[in-house]
Design a protein around this ligand. Structure first.
Ligand code: FES
Length: 144
């Protein structure tokens, strides 16, 4: 599949846009400062907070899992059995106590934070996959 250009110039804080790359949904989310600050606060609830899993780009091996902290890019497919999780920008606390936003997989209840990091005690074994991508400019990302 060909790489896909994504224009992020109109992306609002908290907004998620979906593009398709190699037949898969790819999410691009603009995280707020508040969201970024909150990421460090629940490491103890995660399976792999520093994202040490080897099969992903270098820029995914940290707590933000992105090239630029505010822009999160991920393959929107649950690492359990491949459903597409829902983005819960402000009602995630109902799923995970004390965490306000994240991704919830309706198929078997897996939960991921705003860096796509999987919570403990759910069926998904791994953090969400981060695709290869690069910045062509401040407002354009190339996925693939
Ligand atoms: Fe997402 Fe099973 S496919 S929890």
């Amino acid at each position: 599949g060909a790489p896909v250009e994504v224009d992020i110039s109109k992306l609002e804080p908290g907004q998620l846009i979906r593009v398709e790359w190699r037949g898969k949904p790819v999410w691009v989310v603009k995280r707020t400062k508040q969201t970024l600050d909150a990421l460090a606060a629940h490491d103890d609830k995660l399976r792999d907070p520093a994202s040490d899993e080897p099969q992903q780009p270098d820029y995914a091996h940290n707590g933000y899992r992105s090239i630029k902290p505010e822009i999160f890019v991920a393959v929107g497919i649950c690492t359990h059995l491949g459903c597409s999780p829902s983005y819960l920008p402000d009602s995630f606390g109902e799923q995970v106590q004390g965490v306000t936003s994240g991704f919830f997989c309706p198929c078997h209840g897996s939960k991921f934070d705003m860096a796509g990091r999987v919570f403990q005690g759910v069926p998904a074994p791994l953090n969400l996959v981060i695709p290869p991508y690069q910045y062509l400019s401040d407002t354009t990302i190339l996925v693939g």
